[in-house]
Write a protein that binds this ligand. Structure first.
Ligand code: EPU
Length: 345
């Protein structure tokens, strides 16, 4: 076969694609030019065109951590790179390369079926593998950064494919180098390093409660327990539109925490980096009386105040209006600012 025959087909282009079923809030949104990316090689040509025509552009993965406006002008790249392969395995660890479009939960399930435990605490987090490092997804004491070896991406500024080491990713709580440099990198592949040594991590109160004391749960037990908790606490986007946690848990200086604790003895918080304390935003919002409240088509979920929902027919504007009310009340009540977690496109 010659080179031309080996080259992938250009990305499929659909003008005016409706994205209602491609964002978990279920907002009506129209992508002017939607490109389905099935191979990294398709990206440079699209980006060249976008640069030439000075078009706005963005990437959409699973649509589970975004707030979409009604109209998305320019190019929307629908990430659908699905290749997955074991790169190497030895007595210490397995290196696994996974395409950015692979569904996150399916990857977690696959690793367990293939005797590569480690990701089980991150079961049932919606979204794609390519989105996982951007906000460094985390749950029940584990973050995806713990398992990342490197990332392959297209660097839009340099117009070249790059490999970014874990150290260069600057991972932090719900944060990374990619999040700090929006629209610069298009993640195409994540290389995971899954160590052979495994230990259960069930220290998070919610998870610990699922197991009798001194029990020794298997990775599968933990996977099922996490699925059970999440199914109960977080609404199923197929039934009620949402994007998981809507706000980050705020991290505040210890002195501010001590003052708050004096006024609110029941304040829920966790230790964080030295000199800081992480507060449970869900608790703060709950205390302000928002849990289960509605504002037109949108509202606050009845079982978890950190989750905002679209009851049907809501829009980005509606959800941001509700978010502003919550932020104002929490600031007035506790003097704490809440940062929105999903990306506003
Ligand atoms: N709480 C309330 N009322 C509420 C909700 C929470 O009082 O309505 C209090 C409870 O005391 C609870 C505490 O707040 O124990 C913390 O709540 P929870 O354990 O549900 O965790 P979270 O802080 O709300 C974070 C992540 C979740 C992750 C869970 C489990 C963030 C922003 N969210 O939620 O991640 O699944 O911990 O580790 O860090 C996501 O990012 O979309 C997400 C779901």
């Amino acid at each position: 076969m010659n080179r031309a025959q080996n080259a992938p087909l250009p990305a499929k282009l659909t003008p005016n694609l409706g994205l209602k079923h491609r964002n978990t809030f279920g907002f009506d949104a129209n992508a002017e030019l939607a490109y389905e990316i099935t191979s990294p090689e398709q990206i440079p040509a699209i980006i060249s065109e976008v640069k030439k025509q000075k078009l706005p552009w963005r990437i959409l993965g699973g649509g589970s951590n975004v707030i979409l406006p009604e109209n998305l002008p320019g190019a929307t790249l629908l990430m659908n790179i699905l290749r997955q392969e074991v790169l190497s395995t030895d007595e210490n660890a397995t290196l696994l390369a996974v395409g950015a479009g692979v569904n996150w939960h399916e990857l977690v399930a696959w690793t367990l079926e293939n005797d590569l435990p480690g990701l089980e605490n991150l079961a049932l987090i919606p979204g794609t593998v390519g989105a996982s490092p951007i906000q460094n997804i985390g749950a029940y004491g584990v973050e995806v950064a713990d398992y990342i070896e490197s990332i392959e991406a297209f660097d839009v500024k340099e117009h070249a494919f790059v490999t970014i080491t874990k150290e260069a990713c600057q991972f932090a709580y719900r944060d990374s180098f990619f999040k700090q440099h929006p629209n610069r990198f298009i993640v195409t592949k994540v290389v995971f390093k899954i160590p052979k040594a495994w230990e259960p991590r069930i220290h998070y109160a919610d998870l610990a409660k699922q197991f009798p004391e001194h029990s020794n749960p298997s990775p599968e037990d933990i996977f099922l327990a996490v699925c059970k908790i999440r199914t109960h606490k977080l609404p199923d986007p197929k039934v009620i539109g949402n994007a998981g946690s809507f706000f980050q848990n705020p991290i505040i200086p210890n002195e501010q925490y001590e003052t708050l604790l004096k006024a609110h003895a029941a304040l829920v918080s966790y230790p964080d980096m030295p000199g800081k304390r992480k507060l449970a935003a869900g608790w703060l919002i709950d205390q302000c009386g928002f849990k289960g409240q509605r504002m037109g088509s949108v509202g606050v979920y009845e079982n978890q105040a950190l989750v905002l929902v679209n009851h049907g027919g809501g829009s980005a504007q509606d959800i941001l209006g509700l978010a502003k009310c919550i932020q104002d009340k929490v600031r007035a009540e506790f003097g704490v600012s809440l940062t929105i977690e999903p990306n506003i496109l």
